[in-house]
Design a binder for this molecule. Sequence first.
Ligand SMILES: *[C@@H]1O[C@H](CO)[C@@H](O)[C@H](O)[C@H]1NC(C)=O
Ligand SMILES: *[C@@H]1O[C@H](CO)[C@@H](O)[C@H](O)[C@H]1NC(C)=O
Ligand SMILES: *[C@@H]1O[C@H](CO)[C@@H](O)[C@H](O)[C@H]1NC(C)=O
Ligand SMILES: *[C@@H]1O[C@H](CO)[C@@H](O)[C@H](O)[C@H]1NC(C)=O
Ligand SMILES: *[C@@H]1O[C@H](CO)[C@@H](O)[C@H](O)[C@H]1NC(C)=O
Ligand SMILES: *[C@@H]1O[C@H](CO)[C@@H](O)[C@H](O)[C@H]1NC(C)=O
Ligand SMILES: *[C@@H]1O[C@H](CO)[C@@H](O)[C@H](O)[C@H]1NC(C)=O
Ligand SMILES: *[C@@H]1O[C@H](CO)[C@@H](O)[C@H](O)[C@H]1NC(C)=O
Ligand SMILES: *[C@@H]1O[C@H](CO)[C@@H](O)[C@H](O)[C@H]1NC(C)=O
Length: 885
Amino acid sequence: MLRSLYLVYWCIASLLPLVVFCDAYQHDRLAVALEKRQENASAPLSFGSSWQVLATWGADPLEYVGGFRSLHYDPSALFRSSLPANGSAKWNISEASQTSQSSEAANATLSISHSNVNWDFLKIVYGWAAVQYQSWARGTLTVTGDQVQHVILYTDAVLEFWVDDTHYFGGDFFTFRNAPPVLHLAPGDHQIDLRLVRDVRAFGGILAPTIDVIIHAERVKGSLELVKPGILVSDVVGGRLASPVGSIVLRNSGEQAVEVIGIQPSHTQSPSNDSLGIVIAAGQTRPVAFNVSLPSANVSSLSYFITYKTEGEDGSSTLETTQNLTTTSIYEPHKITYLHPAGMASYTMLRPPAGNISCASENDSGLPVLLGLHGAGLEADNDQVSHALDSVPDLCAWVMFPTGVTPWSGDDWHNWGFADVEAAVNSISTWIDFVGWHGPGVNTERWIVSGHSNGGQGTWYALTHRPDKVLAAAPVSGYASIQKYVPYELWQPADPRRTAVVSASLNSYRHEMLMPNARGIPIQQQHGEIDDNVPAYNSRLLSQQLYLSGTNSSYNEVPGQNHWWETVMTTPQLVDFYYTQTKSNASLPRKLDEFEMVVGDPGDMGSKGGLRVLSLEDPGQYGRVHVKGHTITTSNVLSLEFDPIVLGTQSLTVDGSNVALGKDTAESSGGSSITIHKQNNEWHSLSQQSTNEDIVRSGRQLGAMTAILRSQGPFTIQHQDSNGTTSIALQVSRNLYQYFHADAFIQSAAASRKTNSTTGNLITIVLNSTLSEGVHPDFPITPSPGVISIRDGRGGKHAYGNSGAPSIGAAFLRPLEDERLELVIWGSNEDGLRQAARMVPMVTGVGQPDFVVLGAEARWKGVDGALALGFLDRQWEVTASSFLS
Ligand SMILES: *[C@@H]1O[C@H](CO)[C@@H](O)[C@H](O)[C@H]1NC(C)=O
Ligand SMILES: *[C@@H]1O[C@H](CO)[C@@H](O)[C@H](O)[C@H]1NC(C)=O
Ligand SMILES: *[C@@H]1O[C@H](CO)[C@@H](O)[C@H](O)[C@H]1NC(C)=O
Ligand SMILES: *[C@@H]1O[C@H](CO)[C@@H](O)[C@H](O)[C@H]1NC(C)=O
Ligand SMILES: *[C@@H]1O[C@H](CO)[C@@H](O)[C@H](O)[C@H]1NC(C)=O
Ligand SMILES: *[C@@H]1O[C@H](CO)[C@@H](O)[C@H](O)[C@H]1NC(C)=O
Ligand SMILES: *[C@@H]1O[C@H](CO)[C@@H](O)[C@H](O)[C@H]1NC(C)=O
Ligand SMILES: *[C@@H]1O[C@H](CO)[C@@H](O)[C@H](O)[C@H]1NC(C)=O
Ligand SMILES: *[C@@H]1O[C@H](CO)[C@@H](O)[C@H](O)[C@H]1NC(C)=O
């Protein structure tokens, strides 16, 4: 029972609205370790057990006085703060609830609370926003003996931290323990400052508003290591692996780069010396995918050797890893591995149609895919997820439980997580060939989508973003949008023009605005009446919005039930829905006489009724298309693609004028789909359009800054071979792996000029200098030493910073060829660079537009400290909706 309570507690998804701008949180506290050293030769690492705590408030208001790191413990100091009694906060001392040390590891558990805040009253007025606060805590990590210790530091539930004078942005907020930083610590005391952020989605909105964190240091050997023992492999079905994709995760805990030369089965005699070209920077963690196969039938485990070379050393070394195999019936939910578009391995649980099944409606095109999207904090191979539909074994469908890459589904099943769902669905065809399946076929274009909690939210995402593929959907106990879940009420005050830009960056994820997209799709909603984790308000609101936009759903609110219960996915209503909808012979895409489509980000959006929006006039505003028969009216839409067969016509009226879609047009567009563009307020078909396609923003480049996540292949992170930029590059790589399991190759800009073989997106880290020439000949954002200039949509120039100015940081997208993107992280100095690096997407709900310029004041003012922020249009020009101070 405890176990399932624990799971329920994590079943929501969390986002940190304010991480980046540091402003949603209202409370800081510090802890200073006392000089209470535990000398112990057998335990070289130890944490002090006493922590001193100060509470103060605001975004990170301590930045106004130079940052927590510059403050010293002073029991009489008062800090102005908006939450505690008397409007002031003080240092406080908190004992770690537990400390532990052994010869290999040390840790401290903190549970921080504040008795001088009336949380219950604040919650009455501000709701859960009131318990979304931040604190700082300071402690000591002591290294005894006379040896430098190589250490990894796990920072569970911590947002950011400092170790002595080194800043780490990207603690392990969701306790993934994927990519801890590697430290090389000299003997003596090391000051640890932790920035703690209370997140309602991760910590709960109902429980006491404490912040509970664990900091755990562990000795490592200072060379290449496996992050976890074993290999990610598929299960064995019918005597063979269900897929040939395997993956290991390696961490270089040494101080020199390491190159992985080969990965071979242990039973082969000669280790190969081919270079795999996989370089792992000092301190970096990288996933490595490779082909696996069974040496013979009936083996119960696999062993592989990893051969590697350390830079500056002769010879090579090896590591061995062994993985026990799971053998199961082909009809049971089992693990299959495949590659995510960004190049690393992921897995999904697949339950093929039952052996004895008879599906009357099965046509040539195969059975549909029934997706079950899991809640936050759960692995798809957890029985609670993969066996949720065991009581309905005979569905006429391919039942699939994807991961979305991580327990938090990457970014809550949005850009990164949804790309994983699509890769998982497409892997079924590969599986069919690979295992020699002779049962019913699959139609990977027909989905029935369901999911619980964060997965219920993911179901809404699928419904509103892939309407032409969704046969039916059953969103259960999901949230409508981050903003409706935990309001941003207590963010630092900011100019509404600035907050409007940040808010518009989240347009694609505000499901309550996208309900028209669901028209025509059968929907079975379900929510527990007394859900205190994701309030039923979310489902009630969406059911009402569906009705108000002329569509409908069956809404089932289960009396007396909370967030999760044993049969939450198999209530009689849901079971009936699964049986009915898996047998549906509705043809897709649906032909609808009248419908509306609302588009936040065309890069995220599939077609509806055979019609797709390819680009918006202003990406900072929703685009809308209303279709009635052959008459289309649009708002804020710049180009449209449609399937004339679905629309059943060769001519259309678009915004009042006739657009002929002659045979020529169809032919010149090279297939059945036709593209039309709006130019000078008139719509033309593609062939009449003359633009330089190279510099037109399209496809995977569309969307706000999260578009960088649509990488085809691993990311490349480029630095300038300087201390300031290499450490930021490593940090960005660590966050990408920690939060997305993403792979990144770190290299210096100088080295990159010699190789350009990568297919993935690029993140460039630049300190106080100009950028190398981009693909766009006249890009509107141009950094130079000390200053960044932006050309607005009317040609006006805006310059930020000057040689005497305090730090400036900027993050912005630039185009690369082949629909690739570059994310530039620029700073006039190291502080500005660190500030800009926070913009790299990490958790959902933050809201990063296409470009942001941050002044030094952003550290305590948050969004209001942004000097410029906004969007780039189809020509990569700054839109009128942008804010330029
Ligand atoms: C309240 O704050 C004032 C200064 O702002 C300070 O002088 C006073 O001691 C505080 N009172 C308490 C009870 O902390
Ligand atoms: C704390 O460290 C001890 C070893 O000193 C280890 O056994 C234990 O699992 C650690 N706890 C956590 C939560 O990391
Ligand atoms: C030293 O550490 C070991 C291992 O954790 C422990 O058993 C022992 O009690 C410690 N000794 C002292 C003096 O703290
Ligand atoms: C000080 O810390 C203690 C121990 O964590 C806690 O119980 C108390 O509420 C804190 N006091 C304030 C004023 O935050
Ligand atoms: C690689 O192996 C081949 C034979 O297995 C050997 O001839 C060659 O010298 C090796 N190359 C290196 C760089 O070790
Ligand atoms: C692998 O299987 C062997 C033999 O059944 C067992 O002894 C071992 O503990 C297993 N290893 C893991 C990591 O589960
Ligand atoms: C980094 O800093 C260290 C010491 O501060 C210095 O010795 C080293 O040369 C610097 N490296 C680079 C690449 O600037
Ligand atoms: C880099 O890319 C360009 C353009 O795609 C190509 O012409 C060139 O040969 C490439 N250079 C290398 C070293 O691969
Ligand atoms: C940035 O570059 C300019 C010009 O080279 C120089 O004057 C300035 O000192 C640099 N700023 C920093 C923080 O290095």
